[in-house]
Write a protein that binds this ligand. Sequence first.
Ligand code: C5P
Length: 402
Amino acid sequence: MSDKRILLIIGGGIAAFKSLLLIRVLAKRGIKTTTIVTKGGQEFVTPLSIGGLSGEPVFTELFSLSDEAEMGHIELSRSADLVVVAPATADLMAKTAHGLANDLASTTLLATDKRVLYAPAMNVRMWEHPATQNNIETLRVNHALFVGPDEGDMACGEFGFGRMSEPEIIANAIEKILAGATALDNLQEKPLQGKHILITAGPTREAIDPVRYLSNRSSGKQGYAIARACAALGADVTLVSGPVAIAPPHGIDVVKVESARDMLAACEAALPADVFIAVAAVADWRPADSYENKIKTDKQSIPPLALTENPDILQTIANAKNRPALVIGFAAETDNVVQYAQGKLAKKNCDMIIANDVSGDVMGGDDNTMIIVTKNGADMWPLMSKQKAAEGLAQKIVEMLN
Ligand code: C5P
């Protein structure tokens, strides 16, 4: 049994309930927990429930500590091996980054000479806000460590980074630091670590003239979801994206392009890769003539629109000298879905074609039914969110690479 002790600071966030589980996980691993819970934190968990689980004192107010001389805010962290802030709210981190101290939690964070581990939890936009990111950078420079936040569905109904890491993962981080680690990686299994995955997503735009273009209804949602799912499993992801209204995902190398020809060039430049996934709805044709100036509308006749074929990005990469080990294409069809997908598998030299019926509102929508077509046959997945489908595909890639 270890004789380690942490000082846990519980901030005011819905994730505070997970901190109760954290106390239990730590107790099982022989780590004792003294707790400070902020005023906001007490809106979510009570000192009584915290004390009941930890069997140790719980502190709430700066001026109500029973013996200020012995158990003041300085002594509190002195008797701990590590200070852990979970959930670490944007407010608590901002205060500490700027040296503000107006309650027991912030005073203790300013006074401590111990390592501090933050487990942030907040809405995705609060997390991505430059103010929060700057504060985190300041804390990092001052040797703070961070676990999470993770990506996923949030209590506010949004999706993205901001979920507090699971108690087991925070406990793993705590044990690593208590064992002397000064950096935190590999807390989670990352089966795609070291793999470079190249993904295309979104539509392409084919210019008619400087202001007009040909395109399609692709939203990029499925491709972006696959990129996030692969990155979550540790892959090094390059996402070559046509114009979409989705923010660039955290930790992914996004290359923005417009036309099919630019998308192909960006893909070729991103090789070598272990896996190529062509999710983009590439425009099959582009205007044969390009106009340098806007075509005038005062002409007597409507200008003719001659089209020419675009390069097939999937087929080109699948036949490249440095072909990725695994090449996956999509087949959006409105009829004879599996049959067409099987034809495409051979024609485009792919290892897998994911067929989907786009006769409904798949394009632009949030859900998808995928049919996984390989040379071994077709496997139809039930209707699910594009994110869940992406997670399933990432797992499938892990299996296929093994
Ligand atoms: O032949 P079809 O357009 O149905 O093929 C779809 C698959 O091929 C998708 O994976 C798509 O990303 C890819 N594709 C491509 N370049 C094109 C056309 C399609 O990479 N010019």
